[in-house]
Design a binder for this molecule. Structure first.
Ligand SMILES: NC(=O)C1=CN([C@@H]2O[C@H](COP(=O)(O)OP(=O)(O)OC[C@H]3O[C@@H](n4cnc5c(N)ncnc54)[C@H](O)[C@@H]3O)[C@@H](O)[C@H]2O)C=CC1
Ligand SMILES: O=C([O-])CC(=O)C(=O)O
Length: 266
Protein backbone atom coordinates (compact mmCIF):
# COMPACT_ATOMS: atom_id res chain seq x y z
CA UNK A 1 0.00 0.00 0.00
CA UNK A 2 1.35 3.43 -0.92
CA UNK A 3 1.48 5.82 2.02
CA UNK A 4 1.04 9.51 1.41
CA UNK A 5 3.27 11.74 3.52
CA UNK A 6 4.19 15.40 3.85
CA UNK A 7 7.55 16.84 4.89
CA UNK A 8 8.03 20.14 6.71
CA UNK A 9 11.16 21.92 5.43
CA UNK A 10 13.04 21.74 2.16
CA UNK A 11 16.61 22.09 3.39
CA UNK A 12 19.59 19.73 3.61
CA UNK A 13 17.82 16.84 5.34
CA UNK A 14 14.73 16.90 3.12
CA UNK A 15 16.63 17.19 -0.15
CA UNK A 16 18.95 14.30 0.76
CA UNK A 17 15.95 12.31 2.00
CA UNK A 18 14.06 12.78 -1.25
CA UNK A 19 17.07 11.54 -3.23
CA UNK A 20 17.39 8.55 -0.91
CA UNK A 21 13.70 7.66 -1.27
CA UNK A 22 14.06 7.88 -5.06
CA UNK A 23 11.21 6.29 -6.94
CA UNK A 24 10.02 4.41 -3.85
CA UNK A 25 6.77 2.58 -4.62
CA UNK A 26 5.49 2.52 -1.09
CA UNK A 27 6.05 6.17 -0.04
CA UNK A 28 4.52 9.10 -1.90
CA UNK A 29 5.53 12.61 -0.86
CA UNK A 30 2.35 14.58 -1.56
CA UNK A 31 3.28 17.88 0.08
CA UNK A 32 6.33 19.80 1.20
CA UNK A 33 5.64 22.54 3.73
CA UNK A 34 7.87 25.58 3.22
CA UNK A 35 7.90 29.17 4.39
CA UNK A 36 5.29 31.26 2.56
CA UNK A 37 7.95 33.33 0.79
CA UNK A 38 9.34 30.13 -0.78
CA UNK A 39 6.11 29.22 -2.56
CA UNK A 40 6.64 29.66 -6.28
CA UNK A 41 10.39 30.24 -5.87
CA UNK A 42 12.37 28.95 -8.84
CA UNK A 43 13.98 25.63 -8.06
CA UNK A 44 11.38 24.58 -5.52
CA UNK A 45 10.08 21.48 -7.26
CA UNK A 46 9.96 17.82 -6.37
CA UNK A 47 8.22 15.41 -8.74
CA UNK A 48 4.47 15.77 -8.23
CA UNK A 49 4.73 17.06 -4.65
CA UNK A 50 2.80 20.24 -4.08
CA UNK A 51 4.60 22.94 -2.08
CA UNK A 52 2.36 24.51 0.55
CA UNK A 53 2.79 27.03 3.36
CA UNK A 54 0.48 25.58 5.99
CA UNK A 55 -0.85 22.33 7.41
CA UNK A 56 -4.38 23.39 6.37
CA UNK A 57 -3.34 22.96 2.73
CA UNK A 58 -2.14 19.33 3.00
CA UNK A 59 -3.70 16.79 0.66
CA UNK A 60 -6.54 14.93 2.44
CA UNK A 61 -4.80 11.55 2.07
CA UNK A 62 -1.61 12.64 3.90
CA UNK A 63 -1.51 10.49 7.03
CA UNK A 64 1.99 11.23 8.30
CA UNK A 65 3.94 14.49 8.48
CA UNK A 66 7.73 14.42 8.88
CA UNK A 67 9.33 17.52 10.39
CA UNK A 68 12.85 18.35 9.15
CA UNK A 69 12.88 22.13 9.38
CA UNK A 70 14.12 23.17 12.83
CA UNK A 71 12.69 23.84 16.26
CA UNK A 72 10.76 27.04 15.39
CA UNK A 73 9.05 25.23 12.50
CA UNK A 74 8.11 22.35 14.79
CA UNK A 75 6.64 24.78 17.31
CA UNK A 76 4.72 26.48 14.50
CA UNK A 77 3.19 23.35 12.95
CA UNK A 78 3.12 20.46 15.46
CA UNK A 79 -0.20 21.12 17.18
CA UNK A 80 -2.02 21.61 13.85
CA UNK A 81 -0.61 18.33 12.52
CA UNK A 82 -1.77 16.20 15.43
CA UNK A 83 -5.08 18.05 15.77
CA UNK A 84 -5.81 17.10 12.18
CA UNK A 85 -5.45 13.46 13.29
CA UNK A 86 -2.24 12.93 11.30
CA UNK A 87 0.80 11.33 12.85
CA UNK A 88 3.86 13.49 13.35
CA UNK A 89 7.46 12.26 13.08
CA UNK A 90 10.08 14.80 14.12
CA UNK A 91 13.81 15.38 14.33
CA UNK A 92 13.90 18.83 15.99
CA UNK A 93 13.36 17.20 19.36
CA UNK A 94 15.03 20.03 21.28
CA UNK A 95 11.74 21.94 21.07
CA UNK A 96 10.29 19.30 23.41
CA UNK A 97 12.59 20.58 26.17
CA UNK A 98 9.91 23.26 26.66
CA UNK A 99 7.56 21.43 29.05
CA UNK A 100 4.47 23.44 28.15
CA UNK A 101 4.98 22.87 24.40
CA UNK A 102 5.58 19.15 24.95
CA UNK A 103 2.45 18.83 27.09
CA UNK A 104 0.36 20.80 24.60
CA UNK A 105 1.40 18.60 21.65
CA UNK A 106 1.10 15.39 23.62
CA UNK A 107 -2.41 16.27 24.87
CA UNK A 108 -3.55 17.33 21.39
CA UNK A 109 -2.24 14.03 19.95
CA UNK A 110 -4.06 11.99 22.59
CA UNK A 111 -7.30 13.93 22.11
CA UNK A 112 -7.23 13.46 18.34
CA UNK A 113 -6.09 9.83 18.13
CA UNK A 114 -2.72 10.85 16.74
CA UNK A 115 0.87 9.90 17.64
CA UNK A 116 4.19 11.70 17.83
CA UNK A 117 7.33 9.81 16.85
CA UNK A 118 10.72 11.20 17.86
CA UNK A 119 13.02 9.83 15.19
CA UNK A 120 16.42 8.64 16.43
CA UNK A 121 18.21 11.10 14.13
CA UNK A 122 21.98 11.24 14.44
CA UNK A 123 22.08 9.24 17.68
CA UNK A 124 21.75 5.60 18.68
CA UNK A 125 21.45 3.63 21.94
CA UNK A 126 17.91 4.90 22.60
CA UNK A 127 16.72 1.32 23.16
CA UNK A 128 19.42 0.72 25.78
CA UNK A 129 18.60 4.04 27.49
CA UNK A 130 14.91 3.25 27.75
CA UNK A 131 15.66 -0.27 28.97
CA UNK A 132 17.86 1.19 31.70
CA UNK A 133 15.16 3.75 32.56
CA UNK A 134 12.60 0.97 33.01
CA UNK A 135 14.88 -0.63 35.60
CA UNK A 136 15.41 2.53 37.67
CA UNK A 137 17.66 5.52 37.98
CA UNK A 138 20.62 5.87 35.63
CA UNK A 139 23.20 8.57 35.12
CA UNK A 140 23.46 9.67 31.51
CA UNK A 141 26.17 11.75 29.90
CA UNK A 142 26.22 12.92 26.29
CA UNK A 143 29.29 14.40 24.59
CA UNK A 144 29.00 16.00 21.15
CA UNK A 145 32.25 16.67 19.29
CA UNK A 146 32.07 18.50 15.97
CA UNK A 147 34.47 20.29 13.61
CA UNK A 148 34.73 24.05 14.10
CA UNK A 149 32.59 24.74 10.99
CA UNK A 150 29.60 23.15 12.72
CA UNK A 151 29.74 25.70 15.55
CA UNK A 152 29.88 28.86 13.45
CA UNK A 153 26.94 31.18 13.98
CA UNK A 154 26.17 29.63 17.39
CA UNK A 155 26.80 30.85 20.98
CA UNK A 156 30.00 28.73 20.89
CA UNK A 157 31.58 31.78 19.21
CA UNK A 158 31.18 33.71 22.48
CA UNK A 159 33.21 31.07 24.34
CA UNK A 160 35.93 30.09 21.90
CA UNK A 161 37.77 31.61 18.93
CA UNK A 162 36.90 29.00 16.33
CA UNK A 163 39.50 30.34 13.88
CA UNK A 164 42.36 30.14 16.36
CA UNK A 165 41.93 26.95 18.38
CA UNK A 166 44.51 24.26 17.64
CA UNK A 167 43.09 21.55 19.87
CA UNK A 168 39.72 20.30 21.09
CA UNK A 169 37.92 22.77 23.40
CA UNK A 170 34.93 21.90 25.59
CA UNK A 171 32.91 25.11 25.45
CA UNK A 172 29.64 23.97 27.04
CA UNK A 173 28.72 21.78 29.98
CA UNK A 174 25.20 21.69 31.33
CA UNK A 175 21.86 19.96 31.10
CA UNK A 176 20.09 18.59 28.04
CA UNK A 177 17.40 21.21 28.61
CA UNK A 178 19.92 24.09 28.41
CA UNK A 179 21.78 22.73 25.43
CA UNK A 180 18.69 21.90 23.37
CA UNK A 181 17.52 25.47 23.66
CA UNK A 182 20.92 27.19 23.26
CA UNK A 183 22.12 25.06 20.33
CA UNK A 184 18.90 24.34 18.41
CA UNK A 185 20.64 23.27 15.21
CA UNK A 186 23.32 21.10 16.83
CA UNK A 187 22.03 19.47 19.97
CA UNK A 188 18.63 17.92 19.30
CA UNK A 189 20.31 14.58 19.94
CA UNK A 190 20.77 15.61 23.60
CA UNK A 191 17.00 16.13 23.88
CA UNK A 192 16.30 12.77 22.25
CA UNK A 193 18.68 11.09 24.70
CA UNK A 194 16.95 12.90 27.57
CA UNK A 195 13.53 11.68 26.42
CA UNK A 196 14.76 8.08 26.19
CA UNK A 197 16.84 8.06 29.37
CA UNK A 198 16.77 10.25 32.45
CA UNK A 199 15.04 13.48 31.48
CA UNK A 200 16.06 16.98 30.45
CA UNK A 201 17.52 18.13 33.77
CA UNK A 202 19.39 14.98 34.76
CA UNK A 203 21.10 14.35 31.41
CA UNK A 204 24.57 15.93 31.52
CA UNK A 205 25.95 17.33 28.27
CA UNK A 206 29.35 18.50 27.02
CA UNK A 207 29.90 20.13 23.64
CA UNK A 208 33.33 20.20 22.04
CA UNK A 209 34.79 22.06 19.05
CA UNK A 210 37.68 20.11 17.57
CA UNK A 211 39.68 21.58 14.66
CA UNK A 212 41.29 18.17 14.03
CA UNK A 213 38.13 16.24 13.19
CA UNK A 214 36.07 16.15 10.01
CA UNK A 215 33.20 14.04 11.35
CA UNK A 216 30.56 14.60 14.04
CA UNK A 217 31.16 12.37 17.03
CA UNK A 218 28.36 11.53 19.46
CA UNK A 219 29.07 9.65 22.70
CA UNK A 220 26.44 8.38 25.15
CA UNK A 221 27.49 6.92 28.51
CA UNK A 222 25.06 5.43 31.00
CA UNK A 223 25.36 3.77 34.38
CA UNK A 224 22.46 2.29 36.32
CA UNK A 225 21.22 -0.73 38.21
CA UNK A 226 21.48 -2.95 35.13
CA UNK A 227 25.12 -2.02 34.60
CA UNK A 228 26.79 0.40 32.24
CA UNK A 229 27.14 1.00 28.53
CA UNK A 230 28.93 3.38 26.19
CA UNK A 231 27.82 4.19 22.64
CA UNK A 232 29.97 6.16 20.22
CA UNK A 233 29.35 7.08 16.61
CA UNK A 234 31.50 9.01 14.18
CA UNK A 235 29.22 10.39 11.50
CA UNK A 236 29.96 12.15 8.22
CA UNK A 237 28.14 15.50 8.04
CA UNK A 238 26.01 16.35 5.02
CA UNK A 239 28.02 18.29 2.43
CA UNK A 240 25.20 20.86 2.32
CA UNK A 241 25.16 21.40 6.11
CA UNK A 242 28.22 20.76 8.33
CA UNK A 243 26.02 20.73 11.45
CA UNK A 244 23.86 17.84 10.33
CA UNK A 245 25.06 14.23 10.36
CA UNK A 246 24.04 12.23 7.28
CA UNK A 247 22.78 9.47 9.57
CA UNK A 248 19.85 11.74 10.46
CA UNK A 249 18.49 11.40 6.93
CA UNK A 250 18.73 7.63 6.95
CA UNK A 251 17.07 7.36 10.34
CA UNK A 252 14.06 8.96 8.65
CA UNK A 253 14.30 6.55 5.70
CA UNK A 254 14.47 3.64 8.12
CA UNK A 255 11.47 4.95 10.10
CA UNK A 256 9.41 5.39 6.93
CA UNK A 257 10.23 1.91 5.62
CA UNK A 258 9.91 0.03 8.91
CA UNK A 259 6.50 1.38 9.84
CA UNK A 260 4.80 -0.73 7.16
CA UNK A 261 6.55 -3.97 8.23
CA UNK A 262 4.52 -6.54 10.12
CA UNK A 263 7.56 -7.42 12.23
CA UNK A 264 9.16 -4.38 13.84
CA UNK A 265 11.90 -3.83 16.37
CA UNK A 266 10.52 -2.32 19.58
N1 LIG B 1 17.56 14.84 15.90
C1 LIG B 1 18.68 14.91 15.19
O1 LIG B 1 19.54 14.03 15.28
C2 LIG B 1 18.92 16.06 14.26
C3 LIG B 1 17.98 17.05 14.12
N2 LIG B 1 18.19 18.06 13.23
C4 LIG B 1 17.13 19.09 13.09
O2 LIG B 1 16.76 19.18 11.73
C5 LIG B 1 16.70 20.55 11.36
C6 LIG B 1 16.88 20.70 9.86
O3 LIG B 1 18.18 20.30 9.50
P1 LIG B 1 18.75 20.64 8.04
O4 LIG B 1 17.84 20.16 6.99
O5 LIG B 1 20.16 20.16 8.04
O6 LIG B 1 18.72 22.24 8.09
P2 LIG B 1 18.64 23.27 6.88
O7 LIG B 1 18.92 24.60 7.48
O8 LIG B 1 19.47 22.81 5.74
O9 LIG B 1 17.12 23.19 6.41
C7 LIG B 1 16.05 23.66 7.18
C8 LIG B 1 14.96 24.11 6.21
O10 LIG B 1 13.77 24.35 6.91
C9 LIG B 1 13.18 25.53 6.40
N3 LIG B 1 12.29 26.13 7.38
C10 LIG B 1 12.64 26.89 8.45
N4 LIG B 1 11.53 27.28 9.10
C11 LIG B 1 10.48 26.76 8.44
C12 LIG B 1 9.08 26.81 8.65
N5 LIG B 1 8.54 27.50 9.67
N6 LIG B 1 8.27 26.14 7.79
C13 LIG B 1 8.78 25.44 6.76
N7 LIG B 1 10.12 25.37 6.49
C14 LIG B 1 10.95 26.02 7.35
C15 LIG B 1 14.36 26.42 6.05
O11 LIG B 1 14.00 27.40 5.10
C16 LIG B 1 15.34 25.40 5.47
O12 LIG B 1 15.12 25.21 4.08
C17 LIG B 1 17.78 21.21 12.24
O13 LIG B 1 17.57 22.59 12.39
C18 LIG B 1 17.59 20.46 13.54
O14 LIG B 1 16.55 21.08 14.30
C19 LIG B 1 19.31 18.13 12.46
C20 LIG B 1 20.28 17.16 12.60
C21 LIG B 1 20.17 16.06 13.52
O1 LIG C 1 23.31 15.89 13.10
C1 LIG C 1 23.92 15.95 14.18
O2 LIG C 1 25.11 15.64 14.29
C2 LIG C 1 23.21 16.37 15.43
C3 LIG C 1 22.48 17.63 15.32
O3 LIG C 1 22.75 18.48 14.49
C4 LIG C 1 21.40 17.86 16.26
O4 LIG C 1 21.23 17.05 17.17
O5 LIG C 1 20.69 18.86 16.12
Amino acid sequence: MTASIAIIGFGSITQTLLSALGESDDIRVSNIVVRPERIGTTGYRWRDACFVASIDELAPDVELVVEAAGQPALVQHAEKVVTSGRRLALVSSGALADDSFRTKVSSAATRNGSEVHVISGAIGALDALSTARAAGVQTVRYTGIKPTAAWRGTPAEDCVDLDKITEAVTFFTGSARDVAQRYPKNANVAATIALAGSGFDETRVSLVADPAVIHNCHIVESEGVLGAFRFETTAAPLSSNPRTSGSTVFSIVSFLRDRTNAIRLA
